[in-house]
Design a protein around this ligand. Sequence first.
Ligand SMILES: C[S@@+](CC[C@H](N)C(=O)[O-])C[C@H]1O[C@@H](n2cnc3c(N)ncnc32)[C@H](O)[C@@H]1O
Length: 223
Amino acid sequence: MTNNTQTPFNAKKYYSNILSIVPFYDEFHKQTLGLVKQLDLQSLSWLDLGCGSGELCLKAAEVFPDICFTMVDPSEQMLELAKEKSLHLNACYICSTSQEINFNSEFDVITAIMSHHYLDTVSRCRAVFNTFHALKDGGIFICFENTVPEFEKLKDFELARWGNFQLDSGRTHEQVNEHLKRCGTSYFPLTISEHISLLRSTGFRVYNIFWHSYMQTGFYAIK
Ligand SMILES: C[S@@+](CC[C@H](N)C(=O)[O-])C[C@H]1O[C@@H](n2cnc3c(N)ncnc32)[C@H](O)[C@@H]1O
């Protein structure tokens, strides 16, 4: 297993940084919890892929007291932080990438919130396949992903809009330019259609977009 992560922040500063970079980042967790709540599941086993500092699971535990979490992240530093914060939860921790996990029909809910955008095409397919395999029948996969517009000529326009959000949040021009340069070089966003097509070809029965803003999209898919 690897401890490599391409998130360019120190684990402890990660969460406060991300709020000034990704518009409505808090909303990703809120929307995810709302979706799971609506399913009205009685007992829950929840796998969080790319759990980072564990914020989503901490919030989920407040809403669903009987939950059993499995938190996965390839960064030992992130996982250690998640562990420190969530000692009071019923949770286990695995240092791994999503493309390396190997579970069979074990989970009701699997989340991957902004975790798979570093992956190339083959690894991303493997990660989604592993997710499908790890879900129980009827289980739900929820992910938030960076997405690029369907029309290539809108990409720069959308990136500039995202950059303006970051400037308004107090980041410098230099920081913003550095960040925007990473699109297509350090992380590799798909279009929304490509995501839908991946979910369909993996075998999910139904899938939908449930949130979109700037260049981020929330998807869910049911096995
Ligand atoms: C942007 S952070 C998101 C953290 C968390 N999901 C959240 O909602 O705040 C991305 C996380 O994905 C992890 N990651 C990177 N490559 C991964 C992979 N191949 N599989 C799973 N997680 C990965 C990083 O270590 C990092 O913790």
